[in-house]
Design a binder for this molecule. Structure first.
Ligand code: ZN
Length: 373
């Protein structure tokens, strides 16, 4: 749709209006006027790690008090996949619907771009999918699941400098830490490499990683749930070599806003730094040059926050508007009719959402006549 967002402010509180057309931000103001009532506009958030098909109503999984590494956790989960009623019910849902639920989880939290880990589904590339899911240059699950040779082959098949993503050093024991050395020996620690978790990295390994031009995707909620601790992010953050991921709901928190609130508690980084980190900073680190800032010519991926509310204090019910690729998909109830959205309640608050996204999601209440897909 072609529209202009008026009566808004930027991050410094200066008045701003934005025009959107053909999925991009435009310099000239034109189209239908949408009054944001003084809301603050930010670029859409970038979630650097999720498993989109493992969200919806799935609970956080843990079968002992704590783990030393991810292999122990995966070994505990595997037998449950064919016996646990909740996991079985989830797996019985159509595959596309499971992915859609992961997209919806992200959209509701202001995320407009997700790096999905695991094989893709065709639904990710359909025009109605609620978030943009760029394909990385390459990915591998982990050394533990894929083995050294497959990991090396996956990295070698990735075009130079493009993101290549792998779970690594996900744990607090020696085996987790040694995964970095194994990847290094395989030639996989290189520009574009993104290690998801990196919890077990020593300071020396962090230095080698940065010197090689690689980076870490931090998923603090997942780490704390499984291992009772997370990495010290300060040095990687200062080097600009850290991104934030939610991970899926079977280990992480509800969404990226929950992770961001956790990061604020763990670090005391300023609000300004947090906001830049999950937008412009993430886009730069992930090589996504067409997003991350509110500038003409870039993708129209944006969110609007109520005046005065810092991003890291916001929950999904606070978001006034979420626009993905120029499509307004989630908004406050008073904007719903203008934007062609359907009234719903999110966590008890009146909101509105694109009609094709009326699917089952904890906390999303459909109004009487709507039936979840
Ligand atoms: Zn993961």
């Amino acid at each position: 749709m072609r529209c202009q967002l008026v009566n808004a402010v930027d991050s410094r509180g200066q008045a701003m209006s934005l025009s959107l057309a053909e999925g991009c931000i435009r310099a000239e103001l034109a189209g239908q006027r949408i009054d944001l009532g003084g809301a603050r506009l930010l670029p859409g958030l970038i979630n650097a790690h999720d498993h989109l098909h493992l969200n919806g109503a799935l609970p956080r999984l843990k079968f002992r008090s704590g783990y030393r590494n991810a292999s122990e956790w995966i070994a505990d989960i595997t037998p449950q996949l064919s016996t646990d009623p909740g996991l079985l019910a989830h797996r019985r849902q159509p595959r596309a619907l499971r992915f859609l639920a992961g997209g919806l989880k992200n959209l509701l939290s202001g995320v407009t771009t997700v790096l999905h880990h695991d094989p893709r589904d065709a639904v990710l590339d359909e025009p109605g999918f609620p978030v943009d899911v760029p394909a990385p240059g390459g990915w591998s699950h982990s050394l533990a699941l894929d083995g050294d040779e497959a990991v090396r082959a996956s990295h070698q098949a990735t075009p130079a400098g493009r993101p290549w993503i792998v779970h690594a050093a996900e744990g607090i024991d020696t085996a987790a830490a040694l995964e970095f050395d194994r990847l290094e020996a395989l030639g996989c620690i290189a520009p574009g490499t993104l290690l998801v978790h990196g919890l077990g990295l020593s300071a020396a390994q962090q230095r080698r990683l940065v010197e090689a031009g690689a980076a870490v995707v931090w998923c603090p909620g997942s780490n704390l749930h499984l291992f009772g601790r997370t990495l010290d992010p300060e040095w990687l953050f200062a080097q600009g070599r850290l991104a934030l991921g939610s991970d899926s709901r079977i280990s992480g928190g509800r969404d990226l806003l929950a992770e961001l609130a956790l990061v604020r508690e763990l670090t005391r980084w300023s609000e300004e730094r947090l906001e830049a980190w999950v937008t412009e900073g993430a886009a730069r680190l992930l090589g996504l040059t067409d997003r991350g800032r509110l500038e003409p010519g870039l993708r129209a991926d944006l969110i609007a926050l109520p005046p005065g509310l810092p991003l890291s204090h916001a929950t999904r019910a606070d978001l006034r508007l979420v626009v993905v690729g120029g499509r307004p998909l989630y908004a406050d109830a008073d904007l719903g009719e203008t934007l062609g959205l359907t009234p719903v309640r999110v966590d008890g608050r009146p909101k509105a959402i694109a009609p094709h996204l009326l699917i089952a999601e904890p906390g999303l209440e459909l109004l009487a006549e709507e039936v979840p897909a």
